[in-house]
Write a protein that binds this ligand. Structure first.
Ligand code: SF4
Ligand code: SF4
Length: 296
């Protein structure tokens, strides 16, 4: 039986496609956006998260842990993520929630059953299921299986993806997917590599091929001084314009700093970026509209 590694399931979601949806956030990402708002989904395997403000220094975790992870000095508890083997013994004894699981395994059939519990909501609202992450296409085999099952039941399926995957993975899933929510970050190849950890050639090529067969909504995270310039918007809009028949909408998502604190809880460090001004967002929207794209 195939399994997923899930970060969390959000019921009654209103922002990830049409109608009322159940959004499944999957673990694992092959990109490293410097401003990622879900850095806790980067790891593909289940792990442990630690929240310092919830720790009451009881020392129970250190008692059951056989690795040199926990160090107590005065009123401080230092948690060394690099030494943790993810055995999860400490989760059973931490009564405050300072230590929590980050990601859990779930079989395709268990997830399918859970998702179908909301099927009436999907029907009455014109909603469905959205897979997000992380990069959902990394859990390709499980995705193919569950999307096939949901498709057979007539459930609308959306996938939020960066499309930085071999075309074969995208094409196979496109048989079942009603809407691709494509996160597109930067048009310039070198800047893309610098801020995201990979260039965007594969993404652009996949977008062009996908636009021949699938429905697409583009999501553009806007980060001040990174991709908030008009040149990036002009180049992106010019590219999207030629895929226009399949681009349902372009959505501008201003940066927020939620990822900074979430990164700390899983042993990562994230710098804070500037939030774009309303004026900047209006100017960028105008660029996309001028190219005939529907901006939401
Ligand atoms: S998951 Fe295991 S190794 Fe990691 S801190 Fe907890 S008890 Fe120690
Ligand atoms: S068991 Fe939880 S509350 Fe107790 S010291 Fe460990 S992390 Fe802190």
């Amino acid at each position: 039986m195939k399994k997923f590694v899930i970060n969390q399931i959000q019921h009654f979601s209103l922002h990830d496609g049409p109608g009322i949806r159940t959004t499944v956030f999957l673990q694992g990402c092959n990109l490293r956006c410097a401003w990622c708002h879900n850095p806790e989904t980067w790891g593909v395997k289940p792990s442990v998260s630690y929240t310092d403000s919830k720790c009451i220094l009881c020392g129970e975790c250190a008692r059951v842990c056989s690795e040199p992870v926990n160090c107590f000095e005065g009123q401080n508890h230092y948690f060394d993520f690099s030494k943790c083997t993810n055995c999860r013994k400490c989760l059973e004894v931490c009564c405050t929630g300072a230590l929590e699981e980050c990601g859990y395994e779930c079989s395709v059939s268990e997830l399918f059953e859970d998702l179908m519990n909301d099927s009436r909501l999907y029907e009455v609202s014109g909603g469905g299921v959205t897979f997000s992450g992380g990069e959902p296409l990394l859990q390709r085999e499980s995705m193919e299986e569950i999307c096939g099952l949901l498709h057979d039941k007539g459930v609308h399926i959306a996938v939020e993806t960066a499309l930085s995957m071999p075309w074969s993975a995208v094409m196979k899933l496109s048989e079942y997917i009603d809407l691709f929510l494509v996160d597109f970050k930067l048009f310039d190849k070198e800047k893309h590599k610098k801020h995201i950890g990979a260039d965007n050639e594969l993404i652009l090529s996949n977008l062009m091929q996908l636009s021949e067969i699938g429905e697409i909504s583009i999501r553009l995270p806007i980060i001040q001084n990174i991709n908030s310039d008009k040149e990036n918007a002009e180049n992106t809009a010019e590219f999207l314009k030629h895929l226009e028949k399949r681009i349902q909408s372009v959505e501008l998502l201003p940066y927020h700093n939620f990822g900074v604190e979430k990164a700390v809880h899983v042993g990562l460090k994230q710098n804070e970026f500037e939030i774009p001004s309303d004026k900047c967002l209006e100017e960028l929207k105008a660029v996309y509209r001028r190219h005939g794209l529907k901006v939401v």
